[in-house]
Design a binder for this molecule. Structure first.
Ligand code: FES
Length: 171
C-alpha cells in the first residue's frame, strides 16, 4: 500500500493536466525559450509566434512542451491561454501568482511550477528583443520569476552536474 499523500490539487489543475491546451512544438516560431532542467524532469519550453500589428508586438500563437509534474503542465497550459492574442507588454506583466490563482491556487510546494512557466515566458520576451530595439517597458533588472528560475537551475546543476538548458533563441 502506498504511503504517499496525494497533493491537494484544485479541480482546475487536474482539468488542465488531463486536457492541456496549446501543447506541442511549433513550426517556425519567432522565439523559443526553456526554463528548468531536463536532468530532473522539471522543464518547460515555450514557442511563440509574434506579429507586429500597427507597431505593437502581439503574441499571435503560443504553444508549450512540458517535462514536469501535473502542476507544471497545468501552469504552462493556462499561461498560453492567458497570453495568446495579447501584446508582449501585457504578457510581460503576468505573474506567477496570477497563474496560480487562475488555476484555483497551487499547493505551496508547487509554486515553483508556475514560477518556471512565467520565467520561461519572460525569457522568451527578452530573447525576442535581444537583437531588436528594446521597448521602454522591458526592465533591465531581472523579475522575481527570472531570478527564481535561475536559482532553481543553479541548484539542479549542482545536484545533477548538468547545465540547465539555455537555448533561448529569437529570430
Ligand atoms: Fe517541479 Fe512541478 S515543475 S514539481
Amino acid at each position: 500500500m502506498s504511503t504517499r499523500i496525494p497533493l491537494p490539487y484544485s479541480p482546475k489543475v487536474l482539468k488542465y493536466f488531463r486536457n492541456p491546451k496549446n501543447m506541442g512544438a511549433m513550426k517556425n516560431p519567432s522565439v523559443v525559450s526553456t526554463a528548468g532542467s531536463p536532468a530532473c524532469g522539471d522543464m518547460i519550453r515555450l514557442y511563440l509566434r509574434i506579429n507586429n500589428v500597427n507597431g505593437v508586438d502581439v503574441i499571435e500563437d503560443i504553444t508549450f512542451e512540458s517535462y514536469g509534474c501535473a502542476a507544471n503542465i497545468a501552469a504552462a497550459s493556462i499561461l498560453t491561454e492567458l497570453v495568446k492574442g495579447r501584446t508582449l507588454k501585457d504578457a510581460w506583466n503576468v505573474t506567477w501568482r496570477q497563474i496560480s490563482d487562475a488555476l484555483g491556487g497551487l499547493p505551496a510546494i508547487k509554486y515553483h511550477c508556475s514560477i518556471l512557466a512565467v520565467g520561461a515566458l519572460k525569457r522568451a520576451i527578452r530573447a525576442y528583443y535581444k537583437d531588436r530595439i528594446k521597448p521602454e517597458w522591458l526592465p533591465k533588472e531581472l523579475s522575481v520569476e527570472e531570478k527564481q528560475t535561475m536559482e532553481e537551475e543553479a541548484i539542479l546543476e549542482k545536484i545533477y552536474g548538468i547545465r540547465a538548458s539555455s537555448d533561448d533563441q529569437g529570430k
